[in-house]
Ligand binder design. Structure first.
Ligand code: GMT
Length: 382
């Protein structure tokens, strides 16, 4: 199949999933074309079946808000036409679903080629941004016009149906993990550098947006550190990072916390972690938690959104109400102070992550594409 993938190229979860999916499809022999405004952060090296089409800048003094959507739509028309694509798969509804629809209409008018498109809903496109009234009608329209819609969790499917009252069938296809990359490796030298006296290592990765409640990680860590020797690694960057740094100073625990910023090889850091903390206010899936679990790191998380579909209470980690610092810290200590329990949870985390292996999930996308293509043949545009 010749597939065009549209995504945000950043470190955000939707871009990561889109890129890993494209690379997986390419490995299976499909021809994949990424259409984005920059090289996706997770796309590395040369792949025989992968091409990248960058949507360039729009520089004209009139445009205080550059019309990226227009350029993206024209780029999609070109790539579909000249690379003879079979299908578009757009990640994150805003604005990609509506732009794909626009490109579809243009192509139909110009060439009578019907290009079906699949929209994958990732989370904040529905829960935060999508339901903001100023976006709602356009997002609902884009979803409604998609030839196929997938959601990354059962929670997100139900939320989309509730928020937008959409009639289309939404297919749940969970996020996945590539074990060739994400599996525990021996990084003892690195562990010794961070925690020379055998201290426990706690980790958090996110884009430090307020929805991630990264300050809660610091507060939970303070309670852990008050009881046992420990270090915290904070990975990623974003709007709340400064507040987190400030909080460390206020609490006087800076010596035990490293802010490492955006990192490419997360798996190398996860290799030395004992526990992962994800205290999000909302999370449609929690890919960061799955990556941790694949590296045998149990997860202390909140119980919101799709997280309980990934992190199983009392098996792969523990779940708490949003903002319940005491509960999260108590659960973390339960694991960190009992090596046998920690080892058991590590094994459970790996076993649960294996359910989400790329080998299990990628064929679900392939057969969904085939279904969508078959239905598209029967479709006519008004
Ligand atoms: O919130 C993020 O980390 C970024 C965001 C995105 O779309 O880039 O992530 C969402 O999609 C991820 C991949 O499907 C999910 O794992 C995250 O749970 C989801 N984030 C939220 O729902 C807040």
């Amino acid at each position: 199949m010749r597939i065009g993938i549209v995504c945000y190229p950043t470190f955000g979860g939707s871009g990561v999933v889109a890129t890993e999916l494209g690379m997986g499809l390419a490995r299976k022999g499909h021809e994949v074309h990424f259409i984005t405004y920059a090289r996706p952060a997770r796309l590395s090296g040369f792949h025989a079946n992968i091409s990248l089409h960058e949507v360039g800048d729009v520089n004209y003094p009139l445009f205080e808000y550059p019309p990226y959507d227009t350029k993206l739509s024209s780029k999609l028309v070109d790539v579909v036409k000249y690379e003879n694509l079979d299908l578009l798969h757009v990640h994150y509804a805003i604005p990609h679903a509506t732009i794909a629809f626009l490109a579809q209409q243009i192509l139909w008018e110009e060439t009578h080629k019907y290009i079906p498109f699949v929209t994958t809903l990732h989370g904040t496109d529905i829960t935060l941004v999508g339901s903001d009234h100023s976006f709602a009608s356009t997002v609902k329209f884009g979803i409604g016009r998609s030839d196929g819609i997938t959601a990354v969790s059962q929670f997100l499917k139900e939320e989309t149906e509730k928020v937008f009252g959409v009639q289309n069938d939404i297919r749940v296809i969970y996020n996945f993990i590539d074990f060739d990359r994400f599996s525990k490796s021996n990084k003892e030298h690195f562990r010794r550098a961070i925690a020379p006296d055998g201290e426990k290592i706690i980790m958090h990765t996110s884009n430090f947006r307020s929805v991630k409640r990264a300050e809660d990680v610091i507060r939970v860590f303070k309670k852990i550190k008050d009881v046992i020797p420990a270090h915290l690694l904070m990975i990623g960057d974003g709007p709340e990072r400064q507040n987190c740094e400030q909080l460390c100073r206020q609490l006087g625990i800076c010596d035990n916390i490293r802010f490492l910023g955006k990192q490419g090889a997360i798996e190398e850091l996860l290799a030395i972690a004992d526990l992962f903390i994800l205290p999000s206010e909302n999370e449609s899936f929690g890919l960061a938690a799955l990556e941790a679990m694949a590296c045998e790191v149990p997860v202390i998380s909140t119980n919101v959104g799709g997280i309980p579909e990934v992190n199983i209470e009392g098996v792969t980690g523990f779940l708490s109400e949003v903002g319940d610092i005491d509960h999260m810290a108590a659960n973390a200590l339960k694991l960190l102070q009992n090596d046998d329990l920690l080892i058991k949870f590590r094994k459970n985390a790996l076993a649960q992550a294996q359910r989400f292996s790329i080998e299990n999930i990628l064929p679900q996308y392939e057969s969904y594409y085939e279904e969508v293509l078959k239905n598209a043949h029967a479709k006519t545009l008004v």
